[in-house]
Ligand binder design. Structure first.
Ligand code: NAD
Length: 347
């Protein structure tokens, strides 16, 4: 199939090109994001291949359909950036990569925790500057701390396994509790109890209307004074203004973000020679107890290779008229929740 690939960087092209010989697809790469301003680039193609910050709202989808596009292939697991009912109504099928490497993201979340706890981001700069003073670098033992995991799907389960290795107490909140997580020692509790008892809260749920601004003024006051909050899920699960207030008044002791609710205009670009126009992000970057990474948790060689092959296969399945298990449909989402539960029972 002829495919226009949006939001590509050299590393994306490299992995997609490595996977391409196994498939009969023709790929046209663009660095631009898919928006109403760039939608015309898809003219004459059967599929568009997109990433986390491409805009797939009703107007873009109807313009795609009018140009003959039949498939939207997401190179990611989350599908919060696409209006699924609009896609359905214009006859566009949507596929995604639901599982590429839960290890990549879970391990990055742990990296953020250790960096914040032991102030590695600050220690690195100090030592390189010949400053071996330890003041301000005091951390805490991970052993015995309580870690709250919101969303115990594939990534949350791997994260639970790693944190159990540290000897942490694990609390979990999920609509579909998993027996494997229970076996790892996760105690499922209500969200309010998780907030009240956790020293570290790590978010691994999808962005949905229900999880939008799950961390906000009202929930931050329920948390332990000095709590560490880690977000590798989607930016808008946290109300950024609320968490900035929490950092300023000390209720939030550490914040590790790989995602940010207004990341679309900033992340994945080199803006080091420019003035960052986003004052909220700029404020976040001033705190010594905040570490922000630019949506890189997925970014391992293993994950990119898996994303490339699965994306190509998804499009080939749809083109061949086969059922595609990675199609984003209500039925497959319901199935994946059940499978997650079963998977985590066996992993
Ligand atoms: P998953 O579907 O396996 O797990 C998500 C879990 O969240 C499920 O168990 C689900 O039941 C649970 N959930 C749904 N609604 C919830 C709610 N309201 N409260 C609590 N739990 C809820 O997905 P996954 O592969 O573990 O990925 C989780 C999220 O991580 C994705 O949705 C995506 O947004 C994000 N992600 C980020 C990166 C990155 O690079 N930062 C990479 C991959 C995925």
């Amino acid at each position: 199939m002829k495919i226009v690939v949006f939001s590509t960087k050299p590393y994306d092209r490299e992995c997609l090109e490595a996977a391409r010989p196994q498939f009969a697809h023709e790929l046209n790469y663009f660095e631009a994001r898919l928006t109403s301003a760039t939608v015309e680039l898809a003219k004459g193609c059967g599929a568009v291949c997109v990433f986390v910050n491409d805009q797939l709202d009703a107007s873009v989808l109807s313009a795609l359909a009018a140009q003959g596009v039949k498939v939207v292939a997401l190179r990611c697991a989350g599908f919060n950036n696409i209006d699924l009912s609009a896609a359905r109504s214009v006859g566009i099928r949507v596929v995604r990569v639901p599982a590429y490497s839960p290890y990549a993201v879970a391990e990055h979340a742990v990296g953020l925790i250790l960096t914040l706890n032991r102030k590695l981001h600050r220690a690195y700069g100090r030592v390189r500057d010949g400053n071996f003073y330890l003041g301000g670098l005091l951390g805490f033992d991970m052993f015995g701390r309580t870690v709250g995991i919101v969303g115990t799907g594939q990534i949350g389960t791997v994260f639970a396994k790693i944190m159990s290795g540290f000897g942490c107490k694990l609390l979990g909140y999920d609509k579909y509790p998993s027996d494997a997580c229970r076996e790892l020692g996760v105690k499922y509790v209500e969200l309010s109890q998780l907030f009240a008892e956790s020293d570290i809260i790590s978010l691994h749920c999808p962005l949905t209307p229900e999880t939008y601004h799950l961390v906000c003024d009202e929930t931050i006051v329920q948390m332990k004074e000095g709590v560490m909050i880690i977000n590798t899920s989607r930016g808008a699960v946290i109300d950024t203004q609320a968490v900035i207030s929490g950092l300023k008044n000390g209720r939030v002791g550490h914040l590790g973000l790989d995602v940010y609710e207004e990341e679309a205009d900033v992340f994945f670009e080199d803006l080091s020679n420019e003035v960052i126009p986003d004052d909220v992000l700029s404020r976040l970057l001033t705190f010594p107890n905040v570490v922000v990474t630019g949506h890189q948790a997925f970014f391992t060689r293993d994950a990119l290779q898996c994303i490339a092959v699965t994306t190509m296969q998804n499009i080939a399945d749809i083109e061949a008229g086969h059922a595609c298990e990675n199609e984003v449909s209500e039925e497959n989402i319901a199935k994946s929740n059940v499978t997650n539960t079963k998977l985590s029972q066996t992993s």
